[in-house]
Design a protein around this ligand. Structure first.
Ligand SMILES: Nc1ncnc2c1ncn2[C@@H]1O[C@H](COP(=O)(O)OP(=O)(O)OP(=O)(O)O)[C@@H](O)[C@H]1O
Length: 679
């Protein structure tokens, strides 16, 4: 027996509780007998649906959050919650945890909630990302920097992102969950001891060749071509792949390591350790200095930087006077000279070796290797007139600086000039000839008896002073002569490089002038080359002839500097964003604080969690994941800047909405981070 509506007449003046609680009654026209009019009127003030819509509208107008006003418009739709009116049945209750939650909640019934921006609450100071957090614990090869960085700023080798050592896919690592790690234990979760654990400086860095394609590949040409002027692809936002790969290759070369025992190398040589051979041929010839020499990359135990170590075997060192030339050479400061730092003798290799320490330039090849050998899969580079003009200018620059320090180059040996970047050359073994000469002289004097005159009698103090003065005079005369000869030597080097561009039968028997005539280069170049080989020529006149080409080289260098700077600009804020990301991750999802009501996700951390959802877990209308890098970068930047703009944070189930300013969010992030660090 069905009951008619008249049975519930008693209810028609009683306000419907559904409207009181949820804002509306889904049974309103389907049989509910309670009064819906009163409820409707009340509901407008009790449930701020209208204000939610207002907020949304306000947000979309005032906040250039995403694509709309964004410079990088990918035409990606802005985030739009698929619905704002959840069904009555599936609204879970939201239980606030503390002040934030209280404000968020508004109503505990589960209806959509909108909270205004937070004004109260803890005022955050300027939390910095240093504190005592354990971000510094990873001193490994990735913390190394090449020694040239210290010398002067050089965009070519300026501090760069150094990827850490490749980590093998070892199950024992992945099983070390975050909960097992002590929060302040920098060593927790690291690799099990390597097989070369007894070697204190060795770290396995090159288990696998680097994968340079971890980044988004270049978009296909049709995408690039059809791009509108305001559109960008991911590749446009970051440095070009080619440049990145080049820098990464240099990093990889800097990080290379080998267990000392494998090459029978000493654990350390003086304060330098982690020796790694740089020589491509492993040939031990003595043609350059009269003694076999080998080159290593090494790490200084004093400052942790990378250096290039040249070892000379069998130099007869009898006193410390061989250090004199190094003192002078260390004052040479030129972009075309590899800086020398130190020289000493060492018994670490089992003999008495002479060790000279230079700046290290990863992946550099000498001129011979660059233009005449195939190294790995790199073909020899072609020698053109432009290349030779550039070499003329750079070597002149280096020579003029060397001469200004009352020194001379001596030998323009193509194996002792390194190419450290595209067409950037540097003298690589300055001072060694001087050291060897000084050591030999010392040795001869030692053998003939120190301080003895030609008759074998001991020299008096006056005689010694006269000998020293005589030495200085003859050195000064020698310098003038040698500096003049340097021009001819430079000319000979350029001539020998130019000669390789043409075929000449029996080239050793052909006069330089005949070679110059045959060159397929401009008359200007030939004139300058001829001038440099003339023994009446002077450096001043030579520089005058070279001047127009110095301008061209300067122009090219400035363009390179601009290019590098432009690329640096695209990446310059990355570190800041990485720090912010790390900060966000340090705060959220900390299981050890789960039981702590003030920390749990229903507390102050809740807006942060919602913000992370808003930034990283965008979905489209169909609920499918949507990735918009511009949105991510833009939101993180706004958070980092702590601007006044409001952001609407909606929980994934769309039951909770919070309107909060980036400024307030930043305060919450900083406060929470300080709490983690201070715990
Ligand atoms: N400062 C440096 N930084 C990095 N690499 C360097 C540096 N100096 C030299 N090299 C590299 O070390 C390697 C060996 O240099 P080296 O002068 O011994 O040449 P070489 O052809 O082996 O000559 P030699 O026959 O005299 O030994 C070259 O590939 C050179 O590019």
């Amino acid at each position: 027996m069905s009951k008619g509506p008249q049975q519930y007449d008693w209810a028609k003046n009683i306000p419907c509780r559904n409207i009181q609680i949820h804002g509306y009654c889904k049974w309103e026209n389907k049989g509910c007998s309670f009064n819906h009019d009163i409820g409707k009127k009340d509901s407008q003030s009790a449930f701020p649906l209208q204000s939610l819509q207002d907020s949304l509208q306000q947000l979309s107008q005032s906040a250039p959050l995403m694509e709309k006003d964004s410079k990088f418009n990918f035409d990606t739709p802005a985030f739009t919650p698929s619905k704002f009116s959840p069904s009555l049945d599936d609204i879970p209750a939201f239980v606030p945890g503390n002040e934030v939650a209280d404000e968020v909640a508004g109503d505990v019934s589960g209806a959509p909630r909108v909270a205004g921006d937070f004004i109260d609450g803890p005022v955050s100071g300027s939390a910095t990302f240093t504190g005592s957090a354990t971000f510094t614990g990873s001193a490994g090869p990735s913390a190394l920097s090449a020694s040239p960085h210290s010398a002067r700023f050089n965009p070519e080798i300026a501090p760069i992102f150094t990827p850490g050592p490749s980590t093998p896919a070892d199950s024992s690592i992945s099983s070390a969950g975050p909960h097992q790690m002590g929060p302040r234990d920098p060593h927790a979760g690291t690799l099990p001891p390597p097989p070369f654990a007894e070697e204190p400086f060795y770290q396995q860095t090159n288990l696998f060749p680097l994968n340079y394609h971890l980044y988004a590949p270049q978009p296909p040409p049709h995408v690039e071509m059809n791009k509108k002027p305001n559109e960008r692809t991911v590749s446009d936002i970051f440095i070009p792949d080619q440049l990145r790969e080049y820098v990464q290759q240099k990093n990889e070369a800097s990080l290379r390591a080998i267990p000392n025992s494998q090459l029978n190398l000493p654990l350390h040589v003086g304060p330098y350790h982690s020796l790694y051979p740089v020589d491509k041929h492993f040939d031990k010839t003595d043609k350059a200095f009269g003694y076999p020499s080998t080159v290593f990359k090494c790490v200084s135990n004093i400052n942790g930087r990378l250096y290039c170590m040249r070892r000379l075997e069998g130099v007869p060192v009898t006193s410390g006077s061989f250090l004199e030339p190094i003192k002078k050479w260390s004052l040479v400061d030129s972009a075309n000279v590899v800086k020398v730092y130190d020289a000493f003798t060492s018994k670490a290799f089992g003999d008495i070796s002479l060790i000279v320490i230079y700046d290290y330039y990863p992946l550099s090849l000498n001129l011979m290797e660059t233009h005449f050998y195939r190294i790995g899969n790199k073909d020899p580079e072609l020698i053109t007139e432009n290349v030779l003009w550039s070499y003329f200018v750079q070597l002149t620059n280096a020579t003029v600086e060397i001469h200004s320090k009352k020194l001379f180059v001596g030998d323009y040996d193509p194996t002792k000039i390194v190419v450290t970047n595209r067409r950037r050359i540097r003298f690589s073994s300055c001072g060694i000839s001087g050291i060897v000469e000084a050591a030999k002289k010392d040795h001869n004097q030692f053998q003939n008896g120190n301080n003895l005159d030609s008759n074998g009698n001991k020299n008096t103090a006056d005689e010694m002073a006269a000998i020293a003065a005589q030495k200085k005079r003859s050195w000064d005369t020698k310098i003038v002569v040698e500096q003049k000869k340097d021009l001819e030597r430079l000319g000979n080097l350029i001539l020998s490089l130019a000669k390789s561009t043409i075929f000449i039968k029996d080239s050793s028997k052909v006069l330089p002038d005949e070679v110059i005539v045959k060159l397929n280069f401009s008359d200007e170049f030939k004139k300058l080359l001829r001038y440099s080989l003339d023994n009446k020529s002077t450096w001043i006149r030579f520089q005058e002839l070279l001047a127009p080409h110095i301008l061209k080289i300067t122009d090219a260098l400035e363009n390179t500097a601009d290019y590098m700077e432009a690329n640096l600009t695209t990446e310059v804020e990355n570190a800041r964003l990485v720090r912010l990301l790390a900060k966000l991750d340090v705060i959220s999802e900390r299981p050890e604080f789960m039981k702590d009501g003030s920390w749990s996700e229903t507390g102050e951390r809740y807006p942060i969690k919602l913000f992370k959802d808003y930034v990283f877990h965008q979905v489209n209308e169909a609920g499918e994941p949507m990735v918009d890098l511009t949105h991510i970068v833009s939101c993180l930047n706004k958070l980092d800047a702590g601007i006044e703009e409001n952001v609407l944070l909606v929980s994934p189930d769309e039951m909770t909405c919070i309107v909060m300013s980036y400024k307030r969010l930043k305060e919450l992030v900083d406060k929470s981070f300080r709490e983690v660090v201070g715990r």
